[in-house]
Design a protein. Sequence first.
Length: 268
Amino acid sequence: MHTTTVTKKQPIGIFDSGIGGTSIWKEIHALLPNEETIYLSDSFNAPYGQQSKEKILELSIKNTEFLVAQNCKLIVVACNTATTNAISYLRANYSIPFIGIEPAIKPASILTKSKKIGILATKGTLNSELFEKTSSNIDKEVQIIEQVGEGLVELIENNKIDSQEMHELLTSYLAPMVQEEVDCLVLGCTHYPYLIPKIKEIIGNNIQIIDSGEAVAKQTKKVLLQRDLLNDSLATTPSNFFYINNNKTTLENILKDYPSVVIEERFF
Ligand code: DGL
């Protein structure tokens, strides 16, 4: 077990295989504006979703080691693929708290009236033991239609959200769900909230889109409060660092409404 002493002023660490976890960072920053943050975008190794469980674990440990060395008081695994494959190992081996993100199929199973829900996620998430366990614990009458979002992360990482290629790929994944009459669509990857306008063009407004970003921010606040680690000092503008081990153009674009953040291309 790696143990560390933590105090309120230390930053929150956040990592993802790429820029998708910024959808979680935005929720955390909105809810906890006093907190300093360090975000790792492991874009060099993206996508995680097509890699083996062992490789996902190895990359998650590498990211954690970097954030622990930066003195983070808590780590948010802002990646469904890394959470479902590695969070139990991380929790067992590091003393700081970890917050993870999992596809919200449980809330969707409660909301659905048609008793059919769709889920779009990576292969790594859908094949994980944790996902298997969560999906076997929902109402047996609810049918889950699973779809691997192969290729979507790569297009998002390469600034191609508005491309024809994206539209065609999304249509091929979502049209069958519309035909099956799902009434909830769970986004099981932190990159996908950036596709919501595109998804709506295909599925319309009658299918509810469910993602877990806000819930993760609330859970982060709850855990910080429980451990007396919430940064209550209002003294200075908190610093928000983003490290990316690839070209930073797409990340800069996605964070253009946050001019005070620092974005650096850096090896980790
Ligand atoms: N953003 C990630 C997730 O939530 C990872 C996608 C990937 O790298 O395949 O699953």
